[in-house]
Ligand binder design. Structure first.
Ligand code: SF4
Length: 745
């Protein structure tokens, strides 16, 4: 029964949560109006007509395909100014020393990049250059080296499918598969594990499956913070009787309680979202999920008939889990047997369930294996391919789903086809030129190559290697080791100011809303949405990124120019439809609200998997990792008031931290160290150290969290998952009081 008002889920009787810790979404609206008042009409047209350039939940204008009513959040409002701000004064770049001390947040406020600029080694700063000169310079350097010594990294910042498609084809036309995008450092383990087990590389269900499902399990995910409109979906799910639980190293405040501004009941009294959080230690989720399934097998709570009809490998996995002791699972998960049994009961007694996971699972060297344990649970109950069920690796950034599907990825071609001689030959036949048949450098490998002196050209479209990758000092040295760096972006970022190897070129890009002919973006639920060009002011010297790649490739490989001769985004969509069959329908999208969900609401409908056998396969994952060594803590990195590396505020209104040096820690751990809330501490390991302040939180003991990217100094730059090469943003650290000089910092 749908409950219209549900006081049992209220957080507080105090109206609007006065005195409680929570984000003030109404203040965010006021702030956005103030920031964009010089372009109020344009800002409104972007909000009301465009596809959001924030996260990958997906909305066109103010409406989505899950619920009626307005869809808007503070992330979108914060990003709005990047689209409406005017050009910066180019003279501020004449001497970069004046900018080098500024944070990326300060750098963005200077405005949009106004025209192409160049800086040679020894120059104090950048000087203006025209587009033809800039492209000739870059093309000359690319021609002067070999394709394998060039590297191309594309971020997910607002980048549409059309740009990804053109960029990867242009790079391959120039002779290399060294093209990668931000999906690598978030959900590549999900894609690898899903493909290997059930033959799909994307979310299997739709957001609407959340609402009315018996159970939603969030694993290493905090969508209330990162995809805020999901709180609305959760509220409606609760109204339809859905139970929600989380598995995490910390009880996330936003998942515990949220004031949803567009739902009057919630805006007034707040909503308690998840029913229960199961705490695990960092890296302990695979062992925990193994324990959950072990219990379900012991108690005959798996769906044996479905398993026999639709899967392989269950008997082997069941034998492995029976032979794994609860003691081992407790040591590896940091959780108690009764907690694993508790979740096993919930899943085993649910008729439907959706599994949602994110970076807490994937950004770990065991990311692929952990995703396999999630798949095991879904297969154990047949929670896939039907209503109110599914597997959802929820995506963080707007362009990230389409990036890999368009082939802007070092390890796959368009359509997520693996790279080998056969697929390269087939693609080469369609494109009309030879396509390289070996996988290229992944994003972390590009930095490795730069460090070794094996990269002569590095082109970065958006992003910020300096802040996104572990070990910033090593990354800075690597960047300075590349003779030519090209940064294509809309605003300044700190990596642009790093010392040139020989030359650094800045190329100003347009936003997605300025691209003539409109563009498309794919959401987490595989929905390809059309975002039209939006009338408004333009930066005269900026160019659409797809044109930059087209024109560059034409200079490097004039013999292939005719194969890259698009003149409109419609032509690009026509080609995508021909090359990527799953995207058929993209060519017909014309206006706001036009969309197509590839694969339909459910992939693998009826449990028929697109694998060679037609079955899904269980995986044996031996998750009995070593416990946290005595005297050490397991550290994870987390996000605050930020969008990827763009930090908006040092104060995090959801957790209540006042500064970015907060170290989230359990009360017992602080007491054991003789420390209290707010005390300064030094975290250190073999990679570096950072000074922070204790912030007491509801954590798994012996596990701490610090903000990212600040915590990158503690991260092993070589720590990656074995197959997908996602960096492991976790570490073991020791914690001490600061010495006198550190205490005085
Ligand atoms: S939840 Fe995501 S898609 Fe929706 S408005 Fe916010 S940032 Fe945009």
């Amino acid at each position: 029964m749908v409950r219209l008002v549900n006081p049992s889920r209220w957080v507080s009787w105090k109206p609007f949560g006065i005195g409680e810790q929570h984000p003030n979404n109404f203040a965010e609206i006021t702030r956005a109006i103030r920031e964009n008042r010089d372009q109020a009409g344009y800002a409104w047209r972007i909000i009301s007509q465009g596809v959001c350039d924030g996260c990958a939940l997906g909305v066109a204008g103010l409406h989505d395909w899950t619920l009626s009513g307005p869809h808007l959040c503070n992330i979108r409002l914060r990003l709005l100014r990047l689209n409406t701000i005017g050009p910066l004064d180019g003279s501020i770049l004449a001497d970069v020393r004046t900018l080098q001390g500024q944070s990326s947040a300060q750098l963005r406020t200077h405005g949009r990049l106004p025209y192409p600029m160049v800086r040679q080694r020894g120059d104090r700063g950048f000087s203006r250059i025209d587009w033809d000169e800039a492209l000739d310079l870059i093309a000359g350097q690319i021609r002067a080296t070999t394709p394998d010594r060039t590297a191309w990294y594309l971020t997910s910042r607002g980048i549409p499918n059309e740009t990804y498609y053109v960029a990867q084809k242009a790079v391959r036309a120039m002779g290399t598969n060294n093209v990668d995008n931000a999906a690598r450092i978030c959900h590549s383990p999900s894609t690898v594990a899903l493909k290997a087990t059930i033959g799909i590389g994307a979310t299997s269900c739709s957001y609407s499956d959340w609402i009315g499902s018996d159970l939603i399990i969030f694993i290493g995910a905090n969508p209330a913070n990162n995809q805020p409109v999901t709180t609305k979906y959760m509220h409606h799910a609760l109204a339809e009787g859905t139970t929600m639980v989380a598995i995490n190293t910390m009880v996330e405040p936003a998942m515990e309680r949220y004031w949803i501004p567009s739902i009057p009941e919630s805006a007034l009294f707040g909503t308690r979202l998840v029913d229960e959080t199961y705490l695990v230690q960092t890296g302990g989720d695979a062992a925990f999920l193994n324990g959950v399934l072990k219990h379900m097998i012991e108690r005959h709570l798996v769906d044996q008939a479905w398993i026999e009809a639709h899967t392989t490998g269950f008997a082997e996995l069941a034998d492995h889990l029976r032979a794994t002791s609860w003691d081992d699972l407790e040591a590896a998960s940091g959780s108690a047997t009764d907690r694993m049994r508790s979740l096993g009961e919930r899943i085993g007694n649910a008729r439907t369930a959706v599994f949602v996971w994110s970076m807490g699972v994937t950004q770990h060297r065991a990311g692929e294996e952990t995703v396999r344990t999630i798949v095991n649970l879904a297969l154990g109950r047949g929670f896939i391919g039907r209503d109110k069920c599914g597997l959802m690796p929820i995506r963080g950034h707007s362009g990230v789903q389409g990036g890999a599907e368009m082939g802007a990825y070092a390890t796959v071609f368009p359509g997520s086809a693996p790279i080998n001689a056969e697929t390269a030959a087939a693609l080469g036949k369609q494109w009309g030129f030879d396509v390289p048949d070996k996988p290229g450098l992944t994003a972390p490998e590009m930095i490795d190559a730069a460090s070794r002196g094996d990269a002569d050209v590095l082109v970065a479209m958006g992003g910020n290697f300096l802040e996104a990758m572990p070990d910033p000092l090593q990354v800075e040295a690597a960047l300075a080791n590349v003779p030519l760096r090209v940064h294509i972006d809309i605003v300044l970022s700190s990596q642009m100011l790093s010392e040139p190897g020989d030359t650094v070129v800045l190329l100003p890009a347009t936003t997605r809303y300025e691209i003539a002919g409109g563009v498309t973006q794919t959401s987490t639920e595989r929905r390809i949405m059309f975002s039209p060009e939006i009338r408004g002011p333009r930066i005269a010297g900026a160019r659409s990124e797809w044109k930059i790649f087209r024109d560059l490739a034409a200079r490097v490989r004039p013999d292939r120019k005719e194969r890259l001769a698009w003149t409109s985004t419609q032509q690009i969509r026509d080609e995508i439809a021909a090359i990527v069959p799953a995207y058929d329908g993209i060519q017909h999208l014309r206006k706001t609200g036009d969309q197509v969900q590839y694969g339909g609401p459910h992939l693998a409908p009826g449990g028929h998997f697109p694998t060679a056998s037609g079955r899904g396969s269980f995986s044996v994952v031996d998750a009995r990792s070593a416990a946290i060594p005595a005297g050490k803590f397991a550290l994870s990195t987390r996000r605050g008031k930020q969008f990827n590396t763009m930090v908006y505020e040092t104060h995090d209104s959801i957790t209540g931290t006042q500064s970015r040096d907060a170290v989230f820690m359990h009360r017992k751990d602080a007491a054991a160290l003789g420390l209290r809330d707010g005390d300064r501490i030094v975290l250190s390991n073999e990679f570096g150290s950072m000074t922070g302040r204790i912030f007491l939180a509801w954590m798994q003991p012996r596990t701490v969290q610090v903000y990212w990217p600040e915590g990158n100094v503690l991260i092993d730059p070589a720590g990656r998952s074995p197959l997908s090469h996602v960096p492991d943003y976790n570490a073991l650290v020791t914690i001490q009081r600061p010495n006198e000089s550190q205490a005085a910092d």
